[in-house]
Design a protein around this ligand. Structure first.
Ligand code: PMP
Length: 340
């Protein structure tokens, strides 16, 4: 086990874990990068660390300064914990539709939380745009200044995955990897890991697992950004080409409905002990589709993006699932009722 001088040094170097039942089902080796084991329990700790380090290096973020961000939650949690560790403050703008557990975690970390109504990106009061304006204002008002993390278009995010996640996956598989697939929120993970792996092997196939409601499946199949459908997953589902996505090409694009994806996380919890969030379900369903397209005997890696307790009131709540017309796994009905 590694020894670390501080918590943020424990970000990254997550294990790759074999997903036994889907591997058996497909005849492929399907592995999950256990990003829920990061200190903030999600893949976004990596981007948060790189964004803050780069802002410090460039001189934009000064001692005692404030980091402002619009986030579905996980990036905020990553930024708040890195901020606490390095003596910065955090202000987080979040759409009110995101899970209560993520909002509670953000408040616990000491982030100032601003909840805004969910609006599409084109709307001036979309949470990302609100956070950008707020950062500008706070930078003028606060004595130590403020920066906008801007995870969607700040390529420090993608660089975190080019320099850490991608090389880790290559080393953990000893270069025996045929495919990598995941969903897109900002695109930092998919584009960054794709770039790192393609630099090491020209044969590696890159897949996109797009939830319904996102526009990237249509973009990578027809060239048009056309969203369709809906999803209860959080943190993924992009409607535009962010700076982090620029230049990315995808060999296997899939659009995955929740009804196909969610059973994988229920099955993994029941039979293998993993407690994962909804984006991991989309990722695993994508890996299964890619395994079927590549044929048996291949090695495919995906991302286990965050920890499931972050969605206890939604993904693991029978009443919520019923209200969304989603199937409830029988064993979930029998668990202790969840107080929400
Ligand atoms: N899964 C979850 C749970 C997330 O919070 C995010 C980030 N918003 C992602 C996946 C997507 O990662 P990225 O931003 O690197 O595309």
């Amino acid at each position: 086990m590694a020894k670390h001088q501080d918590l943020i040094s424990a970000i990254g170097n997550t294990p790759l874990i074999r997903l036994n039942r889907v591997s058996q089902l497909t005849g492929c080796e399907i592995w999950g990068k256990a990003e829920f084991l990061n200190p903030g329990q999600s893949v976004k700790d990596r981007a948060a660390l790189f964004i803050i380090h780069d802002a410090v290096k460039s001189g934009r973020l000064k001692p005692g300064g404030t980091i402002v961000e619009g986030t579905a939650g996980n990036t905020g949690i990553g930024l708040a914990l890195v901020a606490n560790s390095l003596g910065f403050k955090s202000v987080i703008v979040i759409p009110e539709t995101q899970s209560q557990e993520k909002k509670d975690a953000l408040r616990l970390y000491g982030a100032e939380l601003i909840e805004v109504p969910a609006k599409p990106y084109r709307h001036p009061n979309n949470y990302i745009k609100v956070s950008g304006r707020l950062a500008e204002q706070l930078n003028k008002e606060l004595p130590n200044g403020a920066i906008w993390a801007n995870q969607f278009d700040n390529v420090s995010n993608r660089r975190a995955h080019i320099e850490t996640t991608g090389p880790e996956i290559w080393n953990e598989t000893n270069g025996h990897i045929d495919g990598f697939i995941c969903a897109v929120g900002t695109g930092g993970t998919l584009a960054g890991v794709a770039q790192a792996l393609r630099a090491r092997s020209k044969d590696i196939k890159i897949g996109l697992a797009d939830p319904e409601g996102a526009a990237l499946y249509s973009y990578f199949t027809t060239g048009e950004l056309k969203p369709s459908g809906d999803s209860i997953t959080e943190g993924i589902g992009q409607g535009r080409i962010t700076a982090n996505l620029e230049g990315l090409t995808v060999d296997f694009p899939y659009q995955i409905p929740d009804t196909e994806a969610l059973p994988y996380v229920y099955d993994l919890l029941e039979h293998e002990g993993f407690c994962l969030g909804g984006s991991s379900a989309i990722n695993i369903a994508g890996a299964v589709r890619m395994a079927r397209d590549l044929g048996p005997g291949k090695t495919i890696v995906t991302i286990l993006a965050d920890y499931g307790n972050r969605y206890q009131s939604k993904l693991f709540n029978p009443a919520f699932l019923r209200a969304k017309n989603l199937p409830v796994p029988p064993w979930l009905e029998q668990r202790q009722p969840i107080d929400v």
